[in-house]
Design a protein around this ligand. Structure first.
Ligand code: HPA
Length: 235
């Protein structure tokens, strides 16, 4: 089997892959939701697993934090291992009133302060967007299950601790729903390769109210999000 500097597969990798930031989250997802699980990666402890969900092969692997990390894993998964549907499952900070703790945010597009897309040398500014097909499918799942979702623009920030206290406010003014740190890199990498990507998030903290979730509550919200994400494997 082929290998890369960051992935040395000990088992097959499915065309659909879920990408939580935390590799232990990947392990939890594999053990909780998938059948016939095999671990395919352990390089740098970025654990990756392949199994089946309702009979369809699905992989799940940690992405690490930030655009550089998720983008290099996505590139290798797409270009070397043939992944065609890459779904980030993560947490985000809510940036608007009405985007409440535990709601699900679907990242229709991802703004960023990263220079990642400069590499494509485009004569303008690229707008990284998710696969509309995947957005629609998740929305259908959410409607059927009665889960509140918010679909819209998110911000993939390179900076977690800001020197500039007005940074978030200015994005909030533009109607950006939530902040996280990866999706713009994932979307651009997928678009450049002609494959599909989507980011789905549970709101773990609110930049509007300052509220934060507890570990136990996060688990419940996480389960809800996984129930929306996993059926995408069968599309
Ligand atoms: N900022 C950036 N990334 C995040 C946040 C946040 O507030 N919450 C969850 N991921």
């Amino acid at each position: 089997m082929k290998s890369t500097p960051h992935i040395n597969p000990q088992a097959p990798i499915a065309e659909t892959i879920l990408l939580p930031g935390d590799p232990l989250r990947a392990k939890f997802i594999a053990e909780t939701y998938l059948e016939d699980v095999q671990q395919f990666n352990s390089v740098r402890n970025m654990l990756g697993f392949t199994g089946t969900y309702q009979g369809t092969p699905v992989s799940v692997m940690g992405s690490g934090m930030g655009i550089p990390s998720i983008s290099l894993y996505a590139w290798e998964l797409i270009h070397v291992f043939g992944c065609k549907k890459l779904i980030r499952v993560g947490t985000c900070g809510g940036m608007q009133e009405g985007v409440n703790l535990y709601d699900v945010v679907i990242g229709q597009a991802a703004c960023s302060n990263s220079s990642f897309t400069d590499q494509y040398g485009l004569p303008g500014t690229y707008a990284p967007i998710a696969s509309y097909r995947l957005i629609e499918a998740v929305r259908e799942q959410a409607k059927a299950k009665g889960v509140t979702t918010h679909v819209g623009n998110i911000l993939s920030s390179d900076v977690f601790y800001h020197a500039d206290p007005t940074f978030n406010e200015r994005w909030q003014k533009m109607g950006v729903l939530a902040v996280e740190m990866e999706s713009a890199g994932l979307y651009a990498t997928a678009a450049h390769a002609g494959v599909e990507a989507l980011g789905i998030f549970t709101v773990s903290d609110s930049l509007v109210t300052g509220a934060e979730t507890t570990a136990e509550e996060r688990q419940t919200a996480f389960t809800q999000m996984m129930e929306l994400a996993l059926p995408l494997a069968a599309l």
